[in-house]
Design a protein around this ligand. Structure first.
Ligand code: NAP
Length: 301
């Protein structure tokens, strides 16, 4: 029940109606009996600065950030976590209130610091690690857009051996690889890039342990799209992660099952990015099972 002590978390985006996060986050908060509520906020791009200022003034404890604000919100925050800074996008804001700080001004104004994180890539890596270790593995990623960037930076920082990126627009793959190389030169990972062509993809997949498709191919309503890879391009033992989560059984996931590959569903990335946000805000483990059930319910799975 909401009362005078209820604390507020939420998600900002434009549009926001489609968000699945409130169902998942509120289920987690309720399961732990925390007096918090998680709400959707429709914020237009020209209201972003005021939104962050207003959230501070209202004592909001944490926000998720979705399209189109993930990059533009960064300039309104006090601090950016190193991974989010490399990715160039934030999907989680922590509001740190320091009401008793001696440096507060004499009007008893509350000091507030905001820190931005990106939990999208973490969500993908953790979903895969629930099935297999990524240590020293070869990972192939298709796509070089916003999601690919989050996934590539996180996975390249997590102990893999080799990363292969294929994209339709080759220049975008080049730019992502160059950003990875300049930021993660100490990680010692072999990075190769190719344009998105079937024979290149097949060759890369043959020698890969993990395949992550970050393109929107097969996403509702285009559920009958030709999959990015057919069963004959996949192999038993390969871990195949399609990050599209509507539908759950995408055309690629179906092909992966035909090839006896191990599958990681797109909703699992969504789940673990939310779990990481919860952990950042609340400073404690999230109830993963409860949040997964709520997410599957709201996705109609
Ligand atoms: P984006 O920035 O628009 O990037 C899309 C990428 O896919 C681009 O590299 C694009 O290639 C490529 N692409 C698009 N259509 C293609 C096609 N028909 N054939 C080959 N390549 C194609 O989008 P995004 O933000 O990265 O999101 C991508 C997908 O990830 C969406 O379906 C989104 O819902 C999903 N997603 C899932 C999660 C999760 O938690 N599971 C989180 C974030 C995003 P070009 O560069 O050549 O245009």
């Amino acid at each position: 029940m909401v009362d005078g002590k209820t604390r507020i978390l939420g998600v900002i985006g434009d549009p926001i109606e489609h968000t699945f996060s409130p169902a998942m986050q509120n289920a987690g908060l309720d399961a732990l009996n925390l007096n918090y509520i998680y709400l959707p906020f429709h914020v237009k791009p020209n209201g972003l600065k005021e939104c962050i200022e207003g959230a501070k003034a209202m004592g909001i404890q944490g926000l998720n950030v979705t399209i189109p604000h993930k990059t533009n919100v960064m300039k309104h925050l006090d601090e950016i976590d190193s991974v989010a800074s490399m990715i160039g996008a934030v999907n989680t804001i922590q509001f740190i209130y320091d009401e008793y700080n001696e440096s507060s001004n004499q009007d008893n104004e509350t000091n507030v610091r905001t820190k931005g994180f990106n939990t999208d890539g973490y969500g993908c890596v953790r979903a895969i690690e629930e099935k297999t270790s990524i240590n020293n593995k070869k990972v192939t990623v298709t796509g070089a857009g916003g999601a690919a960037r989050a996934v590539a930076f996180q996975i390249a920082s997590s102990g893999i051996g080799e990363l292969s990126i294929l994209n339709r627009n080759f220049a975008k793959a080049e730019s992502l690889a160059s950003d990875l190389e300049s930021n993660l030169s100490k990680a010692g990972i072999d990075i190769t890039i190719n344009s998105y062509e079937m024979d290149y993809l097949k060759r890369e997949l043959d020698s890969s342990d993990i395949f992550i498709d970050t393109t929107p191919i097969g996403m509702y309503p285009n559920v009958n799209d030709k999959p990015i890879a057919s069963a004959d391009m996949l192999h038993e033992g390969l871990v195949v992660n399609d990050i599209v989560y509507t539908p759950m059984e995408t055309s690629l996931i179906k092909e992966a099952k035909k090839a006896n590959a191990q599958v990681v569903y797109g909703y699992e990335m969504l789940l673990y990015q939310g779990i990481r946000s919860f952990e950042i805000w609340l400073g404690r483990d999230a109830p993963a099972d409860v949040m997964e059930k709520a997410l599957l319910d709201v996705l109609g799975i």
